[in-house]
Design a binder for this molecule. Sequence first.
Ligand code: 7TS
Length: 415
Amino acid sequence: MSTLVSVAPAGFNVERIREDFPVLKQTIHGKPLVYLDSAATAQKPHQVVEAIRRFHEVDCANIHRGVHELSQRSTAAYEETRVKARRFINAKKNAEVIFVRGATEAINLVASSWGRKFVKEGDEIIVSALEHHSNIVPWQILCEEKGVKLRVIPMNERGELILEEYEKLLNPRTRMVAVAHVSNALGTINPVREMIAMAHRAGALALIDGAQAAPHMKVDVQALDTDFYAFSGHKVCGPTGVGILYGKSKLLNAMPPYQGGGDMIRTVSFEKTTYNELPYKFEAGTPNIAGGIGLGAALDYVNGIGLDKISAYEHELLVYGTEAISQIPGLRIIGTAREKAAVLSFVIEGIHPHDIGTVLDRQGIAVRTGHHCAQPVMDWFHVPATTRASLAFYNTPAELDALAAGLRKVKEVFA
Ligand code: 7TS
C-alpha cells in the first residue's frame, strides 16, 4: 500500500468512496480506467444518479406553478438545492443564489445584464492572463459593444498573477475585476480575497469564476466579500446543465433581467411587464429541474466527505503526482504556482500532446490534451497545447503511478 494513503485525513477512505462511483469500475481497451479529467467534468456518485432517477420516476412535474402534489414535491426538491447551494458557498440569502446552466452562463449573465446597465464608454474591465475563455469572451463582447477597455493582469513564469501589476491597472475607470479562483490550465489558486479587496478599494466590483475552486476547497462568499461568484454543478459531481451564480442582492436587484419569459415576471400586459423578485427575475423558463435536484444530491455528497478532507487529500495527491511525473525525462510541468490545486499540466519535449493523450488512452488513462479553453495561457508559455491530468478526491496514488508508467510507455513509442 502506498504511504500516501496512510497520510490521508482521518476518516477519509478512498477505496470506500470509489464504491460510490460505478463508472470508475470499468476497463478501457482492456485496462482499468484511470480517470484524470475531472477538471473537464467530475464523475457522478450513484447518489446523484439515483436522485435524478427518482425525480423522473416518482416526482416529475414542472415547478413553481402547479398546485398538484407532484409539482409541490418537485418545487420543494428544486428549491431545497438552492438552500444547499447557499450553505455550500455561505451566501447570506437564498435570493442571492441564481440557477444557471453553468459557470459560462453565470458570467454571461453578469456581463450582459450588469454590463448593459452599468458600464459606459471609457470604462475599464480587468481580467487576468490565466482565464478560461468563458471569463474573457463575455467581457470582450461587452467591451466591443460599449467602447470599454479590457485590461489583463500579467503572470509570472510559475503561472502566478503579479499583484503589483494588478495594483497599477486599477484606477477610477475600473468597473469590474473578473478573475478565476483556480486556473483550469495551470492549477494556480489565486489570492482572490486580497484581489477583491483591492478592486473594492479602487471602487470596482469583483466577479470570481469558481468553476475549478468549488470542487476542491471551501468557498465562503461572505468572507471573500465577492460581488459575484460562479460555478458549474457538473464539476462538483453534479449533472451537466446546471450551475450557480451568486450575487449580492443589492447588485442583483439593480440589474435588469437577463432573459425574458415565464417565471421571471410578476405581471405581463402589452403595455407594461413587471418582473418577479429575486432570484426568479433571472430564471426565465422551465429550468433544468432534474439537474437542480441532482446538484442538491451532489452537494450533500461532497459535504458528507467534507471539503477540508477533500482539499487535504487532493493536496497530497498533487504532491505525489508531481513527484511521479517529474521523473520522466524531457517532461516540463506548465504551472508551478506555490498555491496550486488538482491540476498537472505538462509538455514532453518532441511529442505532441495529442499523441501523448492517444497513447495514454490505449492504456485506459483519460487525460485532456489541447489548449483547455485557455489559449492566452498557452501563448504565454509558448506551447500549442499541454497534456493535463486533473485530479479529484476519488483518485488514488496508484493511478498516478499508472500515469507515470503510461508516460514512460509514451516515451518508448516515440523514442
Ligand atoms: N471557468 C473555468 C475556470 C473553467 O475551468 C471552466 C470549464 C469554465 C469556466 C466553464 O465551465 P462550464 O461548465 O460553463 O463549461 N473548464 C473546462 C476544462 O478545463 N475542461 O473542460 C471544461
